[in-house]
Every structure is written in C-alpha cells, then in structure tokens.
Design a protein around this ligand. Structure first.
Ligand code: HEM
Length: 313
C-alpha cells in the first residue's frame, strides 16, 4: 500500500477512535438543559429570519471540513478570512448568544463545536427536514487554519471528479456527497458564485437562467453580491426539491448541476433516487451529517471548552 493511502487509513482510524468517545448523553448530568436551550434559540432565530437555518447549517460544514469539528471557524479572523468564508458565512451572532446563555446555566461546560453541531441539526428540523441523534463531547480548538480553509472547502466551480475527491479525502462516499449537497435545498448564493453558469453554460434551463440574469448582470463587478435562492422551488423548506431541480437543469451552482447530467453520469441514479424518494434522501442526509459531525473531533483533555466562541480562553 502506498504510504499516502496508509496515512489516510491511519487518519480514518484515528477519527473513528475519537468519535467513539462522543456520546449523545454527554451533557445529561453536567448540563441537562443544554439541548433544549440550543433548540429553542435556533427555532427563534429561524422564525425571525428563515435564511438563518441555512447559514447555521453551512457554518457547521465549514467548521468540520477544516481540521475537524472543533469550532475553529468561529475564532475571529483566520478561517473567517478564507475565500469561501469571507463576506459569506453568517450566523455567528446566533451561536454567540446561545453560548452566552449556556455559560450562565453551566459554566465552561458545553463546547462551541457541540453547539454548532446541534444547531445545524435543529436548523434542518426547524425548516421541516429530518432529525437525527447528535453524538456530543467535542472540544474547541485553540487555533484555526486559513490556508486549510482555502484548500479544503470545495469551490462552486468544481466538477464531479473534484467534488468526489474533496469529499473522498474526508472519508465520504459519493452517495454521502450527493446527499450532503442536498443542503442546497435551503439558503442563498451570491451572483459572483453562479454568474458563469448563467452566461457560459448550456446545461441550464433557459427560463431559469433568464429569470436570474436581471439580478445578476454579466459584467464582473456588477451585482456580485446579489442573492438568489439555491432551491428555486421551495427555498425555505428542507425537502428533496433540490434533486428535482437538478433533473430540470435548475441547479444554481455549477457544482450542483454536475451531479445530474441526464445522460448516465456517475451520480444520475442517486439524484433520481433522492428526487423520487424523500425518505431515502432524509435517511442518507441524516447519516452523512452524523459522519460529518464525527470528523476528527477533539475529545477528553484535548483543546478546551471556550468561554466565548470567537476567542480562545
Ligand atoms: C458539494 C460541495 C459544495 C460547494 C461547492 C458549496 C458551495 C456553496 C456556495 C458557493 C454557496 C453560496 C455562498 C455565497 O454565495 O455566499 C453555498 C451556500 C450554502 N451551502 Fe454549500 N457547498 C457545498 C456543499 C455544502 C454542504 C455539504 C453543505 C451542508 C451540509 C452546504 C450548505 C450550504 C448552505 C445551507 C448554503 C446557504 C447558506 C446561506 O444562505 O447562508 N453546502 N455553498
């Protein structure tokens, strides 16, 4: 076995060993109201602004893909300045306010990384999506890595080979990757991330493209930050409409539409299955989210439980 595959296997074993230390009952005695507190704060935040569910879900993904689910993305500066994150990630204030509530209830007990993981689940539930049990006991990093955020978060111009590689590097199957992409059934993207698709791609529904062009003009620099819904049909429901959109060439991002070619592409069957079978999507999404939440957590005496999520103690 090549040494790179050996080290990948070793990394995976370490991740599995660490996640074995996580447990859904981790706070049952030390902070019994932690989960209820997070849930009610997330529900309130989503009721106030329905996009917030999407933003919290994405925060968790961008945390876990960069040195594991360790709340590194919440440290001010650093990863937050990486290209996929800057002027794009949102929801920090919701996590900060949950953390402040939990600090008054149970001092320095519930980690920011766990708050983010539970908040991602509760966001999906608040928008009508599936629920799952979240293993807990992650601790928070004392560092963050801007370069890793730039290298390891997939950009929207990736094709299927790049996406498969990017998720494969983290231990995900292609089916996991297609299921996780279904997170784009909620939330919004900026024109600069889908402009090329509107003006330079042919696998796009023409009515769909026309409807988006007015708010996303062709010249770079005009309307770059204007927003469009990732799911054109049901933007605030966590459902399987994302996959039906792909089948009608209404994926917003290049990286969405590459999942369905209609000509027997590698992930066409999975998209067909998730489009026609909401339960299959829900269950694949839930298990892939648990897998994502288990990416290299800090446990035991590693790292720390931050008092404020935006800075180390
Ligand atoms: C498959 C590779 C992926 C790529 C290339 C990608 C790329 C993007 C881009 C470019 C945006 C718009 C950002 C902006 O314009 O400000 C976005 C938004 C979003 N992404 Fe992804 N993403 C991917 C996978 C995921 C995964 C795995 C999740 C979660 C499980 C996720 C959740 C979201 C959500 C919920 C939004 C909307 C956020 C909001 O409205 O605040 N994405 N993504």
């Amino acid at each position: 076995m090549a040494s790179s595959s050996l080290s990948a296997v070793l990394l995976l074993c370490l991740a599995v060993a660490a996640s074995a230390q996580l447990s859904p009952t981790f706070y049952d005695t030390t902070c019994p109201n932690a989960l209820a507190t997070i849930k009610s704060a997330v529900t309130a935040a989503v009721n106030k602004e329905n996009r917030m569910g999407a933003s919290l879900l994405r925060l968790h993904f961008h945390d876990c893909f960069v040195q594991g689910c360790d709340a590194s993305v919440l440290l001010s500066g650093m990863e937050q300045n990486a290209i996929p994150n800057v002027m794009s990630l949102r929801g920090f204030e919701v996590i900060d306010s949950i953390k402040a509530q939990l600090e008054t209830m149970c001092k320095q007990t519930v980690s920011c990384a766990d708050i983010l993981t539970v908040a991602a689940r509760d966001s999906v539930v608040a928008l009508g999506g599936p629920s799952w049990t979240v293993p807990l006991g992650r601790r928070d990093s004392t560092n963050a890595n801007e370069a890793a955020a730039n290298n390891e978060l997939p950009p929207p111009f990736f094709d299927l080979v790049n996406l498969t590689q990017s998720f494969g590097d983290k231990g995900f199957t292609v089916t996991d990757m297609v299921a996780l992409s279904g997170a784009h059934t909620i939330g919004q993207a900026q024109c600069q991330n889908f402009r090329d698709r509107l003006y330079n791609e042919t696998n796009i529904n023409s009515g769909f493209a026309t409807s988006l062009k007015a708010n996303c003009p062709q010249p770079t620099g005009s309307g770059d930050r204007n927003l469009a819904n990732l799911d054109v049909s049901t933007p605030y429901s966590f459902d399987n409409a994302y996959y039906s959109n792909l089948k009608s060439q209404k994926g917003l991002l290049h990286s969405d539409q590459v999942l369905f070619t209609g000509t027997g592409g590698g992930t066409d069957n999975t998209v067909n299955n998730f489009a026609s079978n909401p339960a299959a999507f829900s269950s694949a999404f839930a298990s892939a989210m648990v897998k994502m939440g288990n990416l290299s957590p800090l446990t035991g005496s590693q790292g720390q439980v931050r008092i404020s999520c935006s800075k180390v103690n």
